[in-house]
Design a protein around this ligand. Structure first.
Ligand SMILES: *[C@@H]1O[C@H](CO)[C@@H](O)[C@H](O)[C@H]1NC(C)=O
Ligand SMILES: *[C@@H]1O[C@H](CO)[C@@H](O)[C@H](O)[C@H]1NC(C)=O
Ligand SMILES: *[C@@H]1O[C@H](CO)[C@@H](O)[C@H](O)[C@H]1NC(C)=O
Ligand SMILES: *[C@@H]1O[C@H](CO)[C@@H](O)[C@H](O)[C@H]1NC(C)=O
Length: 488
């Protein structure tokens, strides 16, 4: 993993430039990621029941910017062989995909055999091609009937999820050895239950819904983890983790301290990671104290951040075999106190924003900050006792049918280099799955922002997977196990 300089000669040009080479460990695993609702289509066939994303995208005047839906998407329900071929062509050895809860269980919690058969076929075909299946159990497509009961704000959801996880271990655990319970609760809990800009589009005052959601997500994760250890691990020998997303928080100026940075990280990542991965367990102390105090000040007899029982704290503590990490972007931060703002609208009292110099993608929230990935991995190593990390999403968006995706190629080179540096500095990163294998339904952005390394023309009935330039980059990285970054 030593860093050295290589003279890179451009064949057609009579000059040379320097490139830096960043190596990866020989057992490093490369792959790509996707999610059921974003690619499968076939929303109402073979017994699939409606999910909260069907509801959100089907309603009149929906919040999806282009009025589109995931009804057909990349049609992976029918064209999964095209996805497998796309993975094979690059040489990827793992595929992170998600199982749609509404496809495998009915409204009365019975197994839907057609749904089981679909994923079984997909898993078998991946294994025939020596591509390891890494399965996300929940990538946002909650059955609508469960939302009608309150969804993730109803404590009963924990038992429903445990039963769903049991069904997956039972039917697929002989072949699936890497399980991710939840994808990005930080996005869907506040998005779905605090601010209302994600399905099920519920707004609550002062994040009450979002905090209830994250609390039940953690309990559901713990239940699924222990179920696996107690009932399946002896036979199946797999790993169970949770997928968390965060950026890194950089001080906006010399007055922003390390303590502010830690506070921002604890309110973001720590809300989910601390109960599982920290030395002490439970919610981060800064968060606990701040929200308890504010709740009292607001005249409540209860804290907006629910409390775990002692038994729950102990049961969640250490309840993961790895941390799945999604990294896209980072922020500058500044405490509200420096800005003279009224802190009422954010419990962390920290303002985040982007540096104008950071390169912009086609998504307003996504700017390129490779240094953020490096610092984030080190922060995780230092705060959570150096856990095993899989980077399960990292990627860049552009406009439809951008085959010459030079922005993505540059983003990926720089982020892979940052990941290599973190590994050199002792972080235990063992897998990287790029987001995403193909263009897909980008939630409320519909088909206007594209993350695939393969392009898809969504009016083409064949949904051909068309390689972008980044496919060539990933082929080279998989083959050589290093990445080159041009040096200024
Ligand atoms: C949307 O509006 C049309 C026409 O007003 C109506 O027939 C249809 O039922 C509505 N659909 C939904 C999902 O509300
Ligand atoms: C459609 O949604 C937009 C944005 O949410 C809103 O401003 C508009 O009034 C809505 N139109 C109708 C007909 O409901
Ligand atoms: C940092 O704090 C000092 C002392 O309050 C102040 O004079 C200075 O303007 C601050 N710097 C920035 C960039 O805010
Ligand atoms: C997308 O596919 C449609 C239907 O096959 C075709 O008419 C159109 O030209 C394609 N667009 C692009 C950009 O390839």
């Amino acid at each position: 993993m030593k860093l050295f300089l290589k003279l890179l000669t451009l064949s057609s040009l009579n000059f040379a430039i320097f490139a830096e080479i960043y190596n990866f460990p020989s057992n490093f695993v490369w792959g790509a990621a996707s999610a059921s609702y974003q690619i499968e289509g076939a929303w109402n066939v073979d017994g699939r029941i409606p999910s909260i994303w069907d509801t959100a995208s089907h309603k009149n005047n929906s919040s999806v910017v282009d009025g589109s839906t995931g009804d057909d998407a990349a049609m992976s329900y029918y064209y999964y062989e095209k996805d497998i071929q796309a993975l094979k062509d690059i040489g990827f050895k793992t595929y992170r995909f998600s199982i749609a809860w509404p496809r495998v269980l009915t409204k009365t919690n019975q197994v839907n055999q057609a749904g089981i058969d679909y994923y079984s076929k997909l898993i078998d075909r991946l294994k025939e091609e020596e591509i390891k299946p890494m399965v996300t159990m929940y990538h946002w497509d909650l059955p609508q009937y469960l939302q009608d009961l309150g969804g993730w704000t109803n404590p009963a959801i924990v038992k429903y999820f445990e039963h769903y996880a049991d069904t997956l271990y039972k039917h697929f655990g002989d072949r699936v050895k890497e399980w991710i319970t939840f994808n990005e609760p930080a996005t869907f809990c506040d998005g779905g239950y605090s601010w209302g800009w994600h399905a099920p589009e519920i707004r609550t005052e002062k994040q009450i819904g979002g905090y209830l959601c994250s609390h039940h997500i953690l309990l559901a994760h713990g239940a699924a983890y222990h179920l696996y250890k107690n009932k399946y691990f002896a036979d199946q020998q797999g790993k169970v983790g949770i997928c968390l997303n965060t950026g890194y928080s950089f001080p906006a100026n010399e007055n922003v301290t390390d303590e502010h940075v830690d506070r921002a990280m604890h309110f973001g990542l720590g809300r989910y990671a601390n109960p599982i991965y920290s030395v002490d367990g439970d919610y981060p102390r800064v968060m606990r104290e701040a929200i308890d105090q504010k709740s009292t000040d607001e005249g409540r007899r209860w804290s907006r951040l629910p409390h775990f029982t002692t038994a729950q704290v102990e049961s969640l503590h250490g309840a993961a075999d790895f941390l799945a990490l999604n990294y896209y972007t980072s922020s500058l931060i500044q405490p509200y106190s420096h800005l003279g703002w009224n802190p009422a609208d954010s419990d962390s009292e920290i303002h985040s924003f982007h540096d104008d110099n950071w390169k912009r993608s086609s998504s307003s929230w996504l700017v390129s900050v490779p240094e953020g990935l490096y610092h984030l991995l080190l922060w995780i190593k230092d705060n959570y006792n150096n856990p095993l990390v899989y980077i399960t999403e990292n990627g860049w968006s552009d406009l439809p049918m951008t085959i010459e995706d030079d922005g993505r190629v540059e983003y990926l080179r720089e982020h892979l280099a940052a990941m290599s540096r973190a590994i050199t500095d002792g972080c235990r990163v063992e897998t990287y799955t790029v987001w995403s294998l193909t263009d897909n339904f980008e939630w409320m952005r519909g088909y206007t922002e594209r993350f695939g390394i393969y392009a898809i023309n969504f009016t083409d009935p064949e949904r051909k997977r068309i390689p972008k330039n980044s496919v060539d980059l990933m082929k080279q990285v998989v083959r050589d196990n290093f990445v080159e970054v041009e040096k200024d």
